[in-house]
Write a protein that binds this ligand. Structure first.
Ligand SMILES: NC(=O)c1ccc[n+]([C@@H]2O[C@H](COP(=O)([O-])OP(=O)(O)OC[C@H]3O[C@@H](n4cnc5c(N)ncnc54)[C@H](O)[C@@H]3O)[C@@H](O)[C@H]2O)c1
Length: 320
């Protein structure tokens, strides 16, 4: 059985990967619980409380075949104000440390999270060969990951380092992200509490809302492929732009007592992404990826699994 270390394994995407892969692979989840929640993991999945920035913590793990690196400072607001330097340090240091640890321990591949935020307000659909235009520090850290991977792989070509530009990912286990969670989660939680979801502008802005199960599919395909991918990067999305108004329509169908949205003037004056829609031709052709979860189905599941008691009251203080 392939042995896989998942950094950020108690987080949103990491825990979904661990839970859905536990019968297929020998999984070890590592997380410092800065934002993750151990309860996200199915009981029985080996868990190490550790910091991916620290080699001594990674050394608590036996050598593995693959590393799925999802630890890091996972959204743009976490780089605000005094958290800026810590945000950068955590992301870049953990990534470089994981690459070094993985190579020195003979791993075949490192698969890591990049982001669609790299594209800023590029023309749609977003293709991997576009010039990237990060609009915030978070996106810059992911651009660093991609450049560092290319450089690292030129020096050490024996280990593939594959990056995924996740679009807007939604699904279960986002409660620990609190205010940093995806809009679908935030809207669900608001409606479950009888509150009106707040939409910036007229709700016509779009995102390529991608169910986390399809993200897990993409990562799994990258693990399984025999192709030598070097330091390649791929979009993972649905290939479809969905507006916030469409999300509200789906949510209203899923709730017995739906609450209408409140529309306010967009307070974000700079760097707001108006549209997001991935071209997924490359991942389809190279890895055989095909999105499987329909939005209505994913939203219905989400509504059926709301756990308001687990929502973390996050603030930027949590970075310290
Ligand atoms: N969720 C999305 O829509 C999305 C989109 C694009 C990219 N990404 C990227 O995917 C990755 C996973 O995102 P997520 O949504 O699951 O976020 P998340 O915050 O839930 O997961 C990150 C996990 O890493 C842990 N962590 C942070 N720093 C760590 C460190 N130094 N050592 C060990 N653990 C550490 C946190 O505790 C958390 O559990 C992130 O790199 C994020 O930037 C996410």
């Amino acid at each position: 059985m392939k042995k896989i270390l998942v950094t950020g394994g108690a987080g949103f995407i990491g825990s979904n990967f661990c839970n859905l892969s536990k019968n297929k692979y020998e999984i070890i989840a590592l997380d410092n619980l800065f934002l993750g929640d151990k309860r996200n993991l199915t009981p029985g999945i080996p868990f190490i409380l550790g910091d991916a920035c620290k080699t001594k913590d990674l050394n608590k793990v036996e050598p593995v075949d693959y590393v799925v690196h999802l630890a890091g400072t996972s959204s743009a607001p976490m780089f605000m104000g005094d958290d800026l330097v810590k945000g950068y340090m955590n992301s870049i240091e953990s990534f470089m440390n994981v690459l070094e640890w993985a190579r020195k321990n003979g791993a075949k591949k490192v698969i890591y999270a990049s982001t669609s935020s790299l594209y800023g307000n590029n023309p749609l659909p977003l293709t991997e060969d576009q010039h990237v235009t990060p609009l915030n520090h978070y996106a810059v850290t992911k651009e660093v990951y991609e450049h560092a991977s290319a450089c690292y792989n030129r020096v050490y070509p024996e280990m593939d380092i594959i990056g995924f530009r996740f679009m807007s990912v939604y699904g279960p286990n986002e409660e620990a992200k609190g205010v940093y969670a995806n809009l679908i989660s935030q809207f669900c939680w608001d409606m479950a509490r009888g509150l009106s979801p707040v939409i910036y502008g007229d709700g016509s802005q779009t995102r390529d809302f991608t169910n986390v199960r399809d993200v897990v599919q993409g990562i799994t395909l990258a693990i399984e492929t025999d192709k030598k991918l070097g330091a390649d990067v791929f979009n993972i999305g649905t290939g479809r732009a969905t507006s916030l108004n469409e999300i509200m329509d789906a949510l209203k169908k899923a709730f017995e007592n739906p609450v209408e949205a409140t529309y306010i003037e967009n307070p974000v004056k700079e760097g707001y992404v108006q549209g997001q829609w991935a071209d997924i031709t490359k991942i389809k052709e190279v890895l055989g990826y095909e999105p499987t979860v329909k939005l209505e189905e994913g939203i219905k599941e989400q509504v059926e699994n709301i756990r308001l008691d687990r929502i973390r009251q996050t603030s930027s203080d949590s970075l310290r």
